[in-house]
Design a protein around this ligand. Sequence first.
Ligand code: 2NL
Length: 355
Amino acid sequence: MPDPDLTRLRTESEAAILGADAPALEALRVGLLGKSGQITALLKALGIMDPEARKARGAEVNELKSAITAALEARKTVLDEAALNAALTAERIDISAPPRPEASGTIHPISRTMEEIAAIFGAMEFTIKDGPDIEDDWYAFGALNIPSHHPARAMMDTFYLNASIGNRPALLRPHTSSVQIRTMVSEKPPIRILVPGRTYRSDHDATHSPMFHQSEGLVIGEGITLGHLKGCLIDFLRAFFDNPNLPVRFRASYFPFTEPSMEVDIGWNRKTGEIGAGGDWLEILGSGMVHPNVLANCGIDPRQYQGFAFGVGIERITMLKHGIADLRLFYESDIRWLRHYGFSPLAPAALHEGI
Ligand code: 2NL
């Protein structure tokens, strides 16, 4: 004879399960099968029965447990499916909605100019080099044929460190030429390198910052002439200022490390600031044929090899190209200025393609 109490428990539980929502179903599961649940209690009671009675009763209680477990699982499946369908309907994604703008950084104009210069000289098969910001005075001055009484060597102009490298004074490099010296010392010609980097001079006003950027270039080979220098720099300036007709002028000058030395000017309009038009000249680069003493200092025979070198101030040509008025703005990290003058990482450079 089946126990009418078990039959009632089963009928009532199954009815309750069929009508339960998710929290009610969980409450039912705990009340029936949990640690102190009704069916758990019935199973525990089997333990104190004698074996004969336990056999019949055990079968009946276990069947009840399986039926209830199955009912709970079936209801849970129904509820889960309904919840998923409700979520799919409610949370439908509108793929036509405009995307929310995402905050992104910009490329600093200084970085941008250095990348553009590297791209132009890269196309002319120059290799990009870098080297230490802290140098000794041989790499910074001695090797460059800069005499010991030269004003560039004075404390006023150069940051000397309270240290030495070997027995030479250590300093913050005032130009990137020291990297070219290192290259000439360690590599054999032909050499064709571009050296962009930070440089330091003890000077601070509207047109000078104690830290600034330079790109220098060096070409060494057999039979390199002033003609190569001129062609190379004219191509560079026309590409950088995106103007194939940019007027370029070479004017005799003096640097201790080049002979002859030439300052390079581009055409502009002094009144409007427009580059490439108007009858005025603007100094933009320093250049020259590498002085024989410099080649010899680096172990290169000046009778066999010749070369040219040039240096350009990154801040200056960036200000000219983009109409930036004050050098100090580059280093203030003003977010409004950076948004205005910064470049999108995806924006292509506007470079004249005549190279
Ligand atoms: C300027 C002048 C110049 C160089 C830099 C150079 C480097 C070596 C040998 C010879 Cl290792 N020359 N560099 C040459 C001429 C001019 O820069 O006014 N820069 C803004």
